[in-house]
Design a protein around this ligand. Structure first.
Ligand SMILES: Cc1cc2nc3c(=O)[nH]c(=O)nc-3n(C[C@H](O)[C@H](O)[C@H](O)COP(=O)(O)OP(=O)(O)OC[C@H]3O[C@@H](n4cnc5c(N)ncnc54)[C@H](O)[C@@H]3O)c2cc1C
Length: 600
């Protein structure tokens, strides 16, 4: 295996959604820059939107919503734990990003006047914009990448960020999953856009790759950021989504809701007023399953034939086009019966919840020269449009950062250590197959970390994850492709440990099912109205600390503050576990701002 060294101004890791936008915007900012976009898959069809997307979940469009309304909505949906500056920056730029995509050729639904046809799915405002022809998004992006003269390298698995003597990012290392050649990519700035940590839990189907998330997003980005010294935020706020049972796609209440579909219990009754995904929504879903009212279903069988045909046209051609085939195989027809749903495996994903690498509104992490965007960057509920928008911020700001900055030398010790770590499984004559170790690890994740979270179980989980580190030392890869799987298991293990430690640190319950701790069932704003950050300390230990929430830009008060706790149909009062028994309301937040949330 050769070691190949390259030099660039900016290297973008991950060519899914945020990555292409970051690369294009860096080149637009300064066309003289050498920008490399690399992906472990093929950029033409990689990432969460590889087969297109059926809508924008969070479009902030003038005349339909304001940045202030959106910032308030997401603050409430995320139980107040947000740095509003990041959400607000997204919301203010959201329409500019939509207009850019529109000009590039992404088709959005418009009404007869030419206005964007925004739908209401969230609890308070209207932000969902359908993309009935959204299957071509990757094609559109690829064309723009070529036009901007971004250099693209496929099939390279990035494994670690290089850092210079000051601790700043100075490139990435990785290997080719077809040849196992080792690559050292020196760069003045690094942008990580590696998506969610989607292979943390094991799906109920038992298939390693049958995850809700695009399975190439194994958590490498989280592990790389951690080992580079970056702080990760609110990792205990797991991603858990409502899916179609045995199918790794969302039931898509976002698409069906505005057309009259809804989530129902086993009796066909609606039990939540709003199908927008939140921890509280998942809590109500879980209650229905536990309370004898399950299973939970997507109910469409009351709709007119014409409406069902519209739904099928969108859902069976876009995003997850295998869905129609799945229903044929199962013998389910939206017209005749409800479609059974289930709870997904756990993962990290700020795009859907809030667990990610800490970034500010410039997409900067806590490591100089290291930027992050998309599902792995902790801007809550950011979804696809947020990935594009933060990719944009990261590209532009990285282009400014590298101006006048020397290209640092690659640290020979880091390169040697990483080469040895990464290629070790290929050198073993015998050993454990990567898939077996991955299965064992992810089964342990389910056993010990799946909410409701139990302290003793998570402590045992940590012991198991330590033991699996020993198994990892015995993995044998028979070829470069298996080597990729072996290295992914190492990242998944890191994520499992991060998930356990972050969850143990926050000794309260918050975000509905995402962080329900059986031993601490109450929400405790007095002690925990804050972020948690996890990072590697000087001794190489995984440590957590509290970080204050920035003063709010948009105040949240009154009924709004508790809107997401009143999701259950027929119950006007807050129903979050613990809020019923809260001893006493607090009148101000830790920041001193009258947010109303702390008093909720
Ligand atoms: C099933 C599903 C449905 C969704 N529906 C909607 C919707 O309707 N509306 C909406 O707004 N949002 C939706 N989302 C969310 C949206 O798709 C994501 O938020 C967004 O695409 C994330 O972009 P990203 O760039 O962070 O990740 P991705 O687009 O997934 O890109 C990550 C890329 O990184 C690459 N990569 C990972 N690790 C490495 C490595 N070590 N080395 C090199 N490359 C690496 C991967 O191969 C991948 O190409 C959905 C997501 C999913 C999974």
């Amino acid at each position: 295996m050769n070691t190949l060294t390259h030099e660039y101004d900016i290297v973008v890791v991950g060519g899914g959604t945020a990555g292409p936008m970051a690369a294009i915007k860096a080149k637009e900012r300064n066309p003289a820059l050498r920008v490399l976009l690399l992906d472990k898959a093929h950029v033409k069809r990689s990432g969460a939107i590889s087969m297109g997307m059926d809508g924008l979940n969070n479009a902030v469009i003038p005349g339909h919503a304001t940045p202030e309304q959106y910032t308030r909505e997401i603050t409430v949906a995320n139980d107040g734990i947000v740095d509003q500056s990041t959400v607000y920056a997204y919301a203010r730029h959201s329409f500019t990003t939509i207009e850019q995509l529109d000009r590039w050729g992404v088709r959005f639904e418009k009404d007869e006047t030419g206005d964007y046809a925004v739908k209401k799915v969230h609890h308070m405002g209207s932000y969902v914009l359908p993309m009935p022809e959204g299957h071509n998004v990757k094609k559109v992006l690829y064309r723009q990448l070529k036009r901007a003269r971004v250099e693209i390298t496929n099939r390279i698995v990035a494994t670690r960020v290089l850092t210079d003597a000051t601790g700043a990012a100075s490139g990435v290392m990785g290997f080719d999953c077809r040849t196992a050649d080792f690559h050292v990519i020196r760069a003045r700035a690094v942008i990580l856009c590696c998506g969610a940590a989607g292979r943390l839990g094991l799906p109920a189907s038992g298939y390693l790759m049958g995850t809700y998330e695009n399975p190439t997003n194994a958590g490498d980005g989280y592990a790389m950021a951690y080992h580079a010294g970056a702080a990760l935020a609110n990792l205990e706020c797991f991603q858990i989504n409502p899916l179609i049972k045995d199918y790794n796609g969302p039931a898509c209440a976002y698409v069906t809701g505005p057309l009259g579909g809804y989530t129902a219990n086993g009796k066909g009754e609606r039990f939540i007023e709003c199908d927008y995904w939140s921890g509280q929504m998942m809590w109500e879903f879980y209650q229905e399953l536990q309370g004898g009212n399950g299973p939970v279903f997507l109910k469409l069988n009351h709709l007119a034939e014409e409406t069902i045909q519209t739904i099928e046209t969108i859902l069976h051609t876009n995003e997850r086009p295998s869905r129609g085939q799945f229903h044929v195989g199962r013998g389910t027809d939206y017209r005749r019966q409800m479609v059974e749903m289930h709870i997904s495996e756990i993962g990290f994903c700020s795009g859907h919840s809030a667990s990610g690498v800490h970034v500010n509104e410039r997409a900067e992490t806590t490591v100089p020269g290291l930027y992050a965007a998309g599902d792995m960057a902790a801007v809550p509920h950011n979804y696809m449009l947020g990935a594009f928008t933060y990719g944009w911020f990261a590209g532009q700001n990285a282009a400014d950062y590298v101006a006048g900055r020397e290209l640092p030398e690659a640290d020979a010790a880091q390169v040697a250590a990483e080469r040895a770590r990464v290629l070790a499984p290929l050198a073993r004559a015998s050993g454990l197959p990567p898939a077996q170790v991955e299965y064992k690890l992810r089964r342990m994740v389910n056993d010990y970390l799946q909410p409701p979270k139990v302290t003793r179980k998570m402590e045992i989980g940590l012991q198991r994850f330590d033991a699996i580190a020993e198994d990892i030392g015995q993995i044998r890869a028979a070829n470069p492709h298996e080597l990729m799987r072996a290295v992914e298991v190492m990242a998944i293990r890191d994520c499992a440990e991060m998930a356990a430690r972050a969850s143990l640190f926050r000794t309260e319950s918050r975000w509905g099912l995402y962080h329900h701790r059986v031993d601490y069932p109450q929400r405790n704003d007095a002690d925990w109205f804050c972020h948690t950050h996890l990072s590697k300390d000087a001794a190489g230990r995984m440590v957590s600390h509290k970080r204050a929430i920035e003063p709010y830009i948009v105040p949240v008060a009154g009924d709004d503050a508790t809107a997401y706790q009143r999701l259950r149909v027929g119950r006007g009062q807050a129903v979050h576990p613990g809020t019923e028994a809260r001893p006493e309301a607090h009148t101000e937040s830790r920041t001193g701002l009258a947010t109303g949330l702390a008093a909720a």
